[in-house]
Design a binder for this molecule. Structure first.
Ligand SMILES: O=C(O)CCC(=O)C1=CC=C[C@@H](O)[C@@H]1C(=O)O
Ligand SMILES: [Mg+2]
Length: 380
């Protein structure tokens, strides 16, 4: 990316409520509050001489007076407690990025948000969307320079609930075409979670991939008990059974497991890839671009973990349409990606704009328009 044009960054805050709260062992997620970011490569609002609000129409008109129209890129910063910086720190970082972009350029803007992962996610995404849009290339092809990809497989996300509610939810997901379900565990006793997974297996059938995510809830002994029972019901992946710090514990669980594979999510953020690999602590790692600092960072990690013979799984932090669509593009840029946690739009009661990704028979259909392919978010 060149630093020789004038870029400007604007942001707006938003709050999106969930249709029903997502219960996890880390806490309950009720709403997602964050910032929608827009970067244009024309002059900023204060530099246009119109003193006005930066609508697309005005940006285009001003662009015309300087001989070209401004291109825009969108980003989203949606902090989540325990996973990213706070909302206040995120906003302060976006302010710094706006100044740095004005006085320096894209590289300075990224440096200004280097330690605030959600803010960095937004800035790097908006810059990448802008560039991919200018090159008239879908974001995933701009990222991976790979072939055209039509779909990425996705898993259904099933929150905590009684054994019969969990079974009903899983059956509904299977009837809608999902081939993979991820169940939140760790809020109830291990016995009850084992019962839930058994009931889900009965309801979903033998051919469906089942995963469980304990969000660090268990002691080693509890995880061992759960793992043994999960092996019997053909669970494929157990995500983060132990606290993030417990690399040795996860490595020991891997040794004990017959077929259940161990994935680290919170553990990736705490330790990074090298330490996980050295300890032999995971078969798979979960990549949340919002918590890792952006889809560019997440993509590098995905390629790196593949080299180390671990599986990368992309998920969201239950984000708005901009970040969610970016995660779909990220997954599409990773060859042979397994089912990813990208079917999270339905957990939201409202969104930032129209969703360009539709779900069809357990896959997300990847947008093929230029850039992210998200439209109308700034106007709504
Ligand atoms: O991976 C999925 O199926 C959806 C995303 C998801 O499960 C999560 C999103 C945000 C916070 C977490 O509690 C949770 C996770 O731990 O993976
Ligand atoms: Mg997880």
């Amino acid at each position: 990316m060149t630093d020789d044009s004038t870029h400007s960054l604007e942001y707006r805050s938003f709050s999106l409520s969930l249709s029903s709260p997502l219960e996890t062992a880390d806490g309950t997620i009720e709403s997602r509050d964050g910032f929608l970011v827009r970067i244009s490569d024309g002059p900023g609002p204060g530099e246009r001489g119109d003193g006005g609000e930066a609508t697309d129409e005005k940006a285009t008109n001003i662009g015309a007076t300087v001989g070209r129209s401004a291109a825009v890129g969108y980003g989203e910063a949606t902090p989540l407690a325990g996973w990213t910086e706070s909302r206040e720190d995120c906003e302060a970082a976006l302010e710094r990025a706006a100044d740095a972009l004005r006085s320096g350029g894209p590289r300075d803007a990224l440096e200004a948000v280097d330690r605030q992962v959600a803010a960095r996610h937004a800035v790097s995404l908006a810059l990448t969307d802008l560039q991919a849009t200018k090159e008239a290339t879908p974001l995933y092809r701009y990222l991976g320079q790979g072939p055209m990809i039509g779909r990425v497989p996705v898993n259904a996300t099933i929150g905590d609930g009684t054994p019969s509610d969990s079974a009903v939810n899983a059956r509904e997901a299977v009837d809608r075409g999902f081939g993979s379900c991820k169940l939140k565990v760790g809020l109830r006793s291990v016995d009850e979670d084992v019962e839930r997974v058994r009931r889900v297996r009965e309801a979903a059938g033998e051919d469906i991939e089942l995963r469980a995510d304990a969000n660090e809830a268990w002691t080693y002994e509890q995880a061992e008990t759960a793992l043994e029972a999960f092996d019997e019901v053909g669970l494929s992946i157990l995500e983060q059974p132990l606290p993030a710090g417990a690399l040795e514990g996860h490595a020991a669980l891997r040794e004990r497991s017959e077929d259940v594979r161990i994935a680290l999510d919170e553990g990736l953020l705490e330790h990074g890839v090298d330490a996980i690999c050295e300890a032999g602590a995971a078969d798979a790692v979960v990549l949340k671009p919002m918590a890792l600092g952006g889809i560019d960072v997440a993509r590098k990690i995905a390629i790196w973990v593949r080299e180390l013979e671990m599986t990368p799984i992309v998920t969201t932090t239950i984000d708005g349409v901009v970040a969610r669509t970016a995660a779909v593009h990220l997954a599409a840029s990773i060859p042979d990606v397994p089912p990813c946690g990208l079917a999270t739009a339905e957990l939201l009661a409202e969104d930032l704009g129209r969703d360009p990704v539709f779900l069809d028979r357990g896959s997300a259909v990847v947008p093929q328009a230029k850039g992210l392919g998200v439209e109308g978010v700034w106007e709504e």
